[in-house]
Design a protein around this ligand. Structure first.
Ligand code: SF4
Length: 732
């Protein structure tokens, strides 16, 4: 190739010599520091960053060259030529494709009102600048539609994280989970509850837990399966999935009964203790064993350990969200930490103050007018996120409730592999007048789209990355975009410009850097000059911040809740019509809640655990990653496998009252007898055949939800597993 540039660095990169660059990994938004090798302008190899903060490389990062140059990458905008779902498209120029999008959006606005247009963004749209400039309070929902006049911005927050990250902690402490930081290093006991930090992207918390364990800290994992962390933990508490709330309430009961709670903290800083004390009386150790399958001796000793081996810290995450009382279960765990005196103390669950960001974002107000779909049904969700609830999207399209929705823009999400009963969502997509998909790869959603727009990986963009602890560095473009792919943020900005409100979004990567550091241009200068990044000044840690008035905007002592205290009975929940206490509800489709169904489907179905080779539904088309696990699996206990004549590696059919899917058995003691764990992520057209046909969500339930969060019950359903007949029919 002939090179016009005289830049010596670029000439060297194109000269056949491999150039090493210290950069950030661009596969997921984790921002791990890596060393990239570039040859002839192409990413050739990657290695973990050495002697640099946040150096890391996971298996997906290692596959970066394969991912960036995968033949499945979208190179050009596409316009649909066949029926929705048929997969027939033609290539188009950016101008033509954007014109189609903008003119159709304006037509919908004129015909049906701006609220007829909705958006859904997902985990593929988490790059930090996109989050800072485009997303709403739940950090994900795309704000592009607000200046357009529609409140219908939704995101994967309709089924992930918001329950744990916002609804539970804000109703309890007035603080989001991003500010609840486990202090592993100074703890005497680390409890990991419903989380498997090795599959975090990046797994920095996992590394800290392992290091703390080496220093002699005890680790207890509470989980329905023997996850990676449960295998490494000093103790695994095996709990029936969906019943964690009963376990937490049982622990609270013992702690109150035995007088092991922190009386002073409870007296000064909580409300609702007497009501809680009354409510938990029924959660005796015997009852907790009956509900949760955790032996009562274990329940008693765990309660004493959490209360007495102080300080104890807690790492919990989204594992507790997917049951019929998901928000309340998480609240119960947080309350347990508060009343045992383990909140915001060294070695406990500490509260971090929100970072002061140097950015100057556009102040885009929520449009006045009708509530978004889901706003009335899930009022607390709406009050805290300002977002539409995507579980209600099909009703809006198919039934016109609360009003007709006709258009949808999906950015970095794969809704048809992640939402329950995808057939319902497909039906909605068939009835749209406009569906736009922005992605790097062709998803199942894209099959139904009118317009598909190709996005870059983060190796192909300039941006920035903030890390916990105040470390910042620039994300420097490693290679040029593949084909005509563009930075997602600039696609959104261009759409905004054509719709008449381009000033709300940075229109170039240079402008995005200037706006991101507008309040601290010196920092930007330092970052430009630095190779690896800059550590901003650190404040010495402060604890018991509620005593010093550091948590409330008015500077008064206490917590930023309506009462100013930790709310064991939540005023916010009560205000929105829910029970204020952390009330437990047994799984509605469970052995005790649905006896008839249990007779026919006698195994508890869990889904949602991550496998290391995928990023949600991504990468099941990348050869080296597929090699790590080439088929979707159901983990089944040897006893359950034996009575069904199932052997390790057998093809099996998993059945629920909603559908059947073909998987492969992994016979293992990692799951409890009577329960199975089924891999998620399958169902996208670019995936290898076995994964493409293995969409677990044909088994899950659209209507069975946590009434507070609206989240589907992914971890407490019922199924049966049978050995597949050689030509056994199954649902694709
Ligand atoms: S966690 Fe994400 S950013 Fe880090 S190495 Fe893996 S893919 Fe790359």
């Amino acid at each position: 190739m002939y090179l016009e540039t005289t830049d010596p660095q670029i000439r060297k990169e194109w000269s056949g010599v491999r150039v090493k660059k210290n950069v950030l990994c661009g596969v997921c938004p984790g921002g791990c520091a890596i060393e990239a090798e570039v040859e002839e302008g192409k990413l050739a190899a990657v290695h973990p960053g050495k002697n640099v903060p946040f150096g890391n490389l996971c298996v997906r990062g290692k596959a970066a060259p394969e991912i960036v140059y995968s033949p499945d990458r979208l190179h050009k905008p596409l316009l649909r030529t066949g029926e929705r779902g048929e997969g027939k498209f033609r290539q188009a120029s950016w101008d033509e494709a954007l014109d189609v999008v903008v003119s159709k959006m304006e037509e919908l606005k004129n015909c049906y009102g701006p609220q007829s247009m909705a958006s859904h963004s997902g985990r593929g749209a988490f790059e930090q600048s996109l989050g800072d400039f485009c997303n709403g309070a739940d950090l994900v929902a795309l704000k592009l539609l607000w200046p357009f006049g529609s409140p219908n911005t939704a995101s994967d927050g309709s089924l992930c994280y918001v329950s744990y990250g916002m609804l539970a902690p804000i109703t309890t402490f007035g603080i989001p989970a991003t500010s609840l930081l486990p202090d592993f290093e100074n703890s005497n006991l680390i409890v990991v509850w419903g989380a498997n930090p090795i599959t975090d992207s990046p797994p920095f918390l996992f590394k800290r837990i392992v290091e703390a364990q080496k220093q002699g800290k005890k680790v207890i994992a509470i989980d329905h399966m023997k996850s990676d962390i449960a295998q490494r933990a000093d103790q695994w508490i095996a709990v029936r999935s969906g019943t964690d709330g009963a376990l937490a309430l049982g622990l609270i009961h013992i702690i109150i009964e035995e007088g092991l709670y922190d009386r002073e903290f409870v007296h000064h800083w909580t409300v609702g203790f007497e009501e809680l004390k009354d409510y938990v009386k029924k959660f005796t150790p015997e009852e907790v064993e009956r509900i949760t399958w955790v032996p009562q001796e274990q329940v008693i000793s765990l309660a004493r350990e959490i209360a007495q081996v102080r300080p104890a810290t807690l790492r919990t995450y989204t594992g507790l969200e997917y049951s019929n009382s998901g928000v309340q279960n998480i609240r119960a765990a947080f309350i347990l930490w508060a009343i045992t005196g383990n909140l915001d103390v060294p070695g406990g669950l500490t509260i971090g103050l929100p970072p002061r960001l140097p950015m100057e974002g556009a102040d885009i107000p929520l449009p006045s007018g009708p509530l978004p779909f889901g706003g009335e049904k899930y009022p607390l969700f709406y009050a805290l996120t300002g977002s539409a609830h995507f579980m209600e999207f099909p009703r809006a399209v198919l039934e016109g409730k609360p009003y007709p929705v006709k258009g949808l823009l999906i950015n970095g999400a794969s809704t048809l592999t992640s939402y329950p009963q995808p057939g319902i969502f497909e039906e909605a997509y068939r009835n749209l007048e406009l569906l736009v998909v922005i992605d790097r790869f062709f998803t199942r959603d894209a099959l139904f789209a009118d317009v598909v727009l190709p996005a870059t990986t983060y190796f192909e963009i300039n941006s920035y990355q903030r890390y916990p602890g105040g470390y910042v560095r620039l994300r420097r473009k490693v290679v040029e975009p593949v084909g005509e792919a563009k930075n997602d943020l600039l696609i959104i900005a261009e759409l905004a410009k054509r719709l008449g409100f381009g000033e709300c979004f940075p229109q170039s990567e240079e402008e995005l850097l200037e706006k991101a550091f507008a309040k601290d241009p010196n920092l930007l200068q330092q970052l430009r000059e630095s190779k690896d990044g800059v550590q901003t000044p650190k404040q010495p840690p402060k604890f018991r911040k509620y005593e010093a008035g550091l948590l409330r905007k008015d500077g008064l002592p206490g917590f930023p809740t309506p009462s100013g205290k930790v709310e064991l009975v939540s005023a916010l929940l009560t205000k929105h019509g829910y029970d204020g206490l952390p009330v437990y509800v047994d799984p509605v489709e469970g052995p005790q809640g649905a006896a008839d169904t249990y007779g026919k489907y006698p195994l508890i179905l869990n889904t949602g655990a991550r496998i290391p080779s995928t990023f949600r539904s991504q990468h099941l088309n990348i050869p080296s990653l597929v090699k790590l696990q080439n088929k979707p699996q159901v983990l089944i206990h040897p006893k359950d496998a034996a009575v069904r004549g199932i052997h390790d590696g057998d093809k099996v059919v998993i059945k629920t009252i909603r559908g059947e899917v073909l998987f492969w058995a992994q016979v293992t003691e990692k799951v409890l007898p009577g329960a199975v764990e089924v891999n998620q992520g399958g169902g996208s057209p670019v995936q290898v055949k076995e994964w493409r046909e293995g969409n677990v969500n044909f088994l899950t339930d659209f209507d069975n939800r946590d009434p507070i969060s609206g989240f589907p019950i992914f971890k407490a359903l019922l199924c049966e597993v049978e050995k597949a007949k050689e030509n056994g029919a199954f649902r694709e």
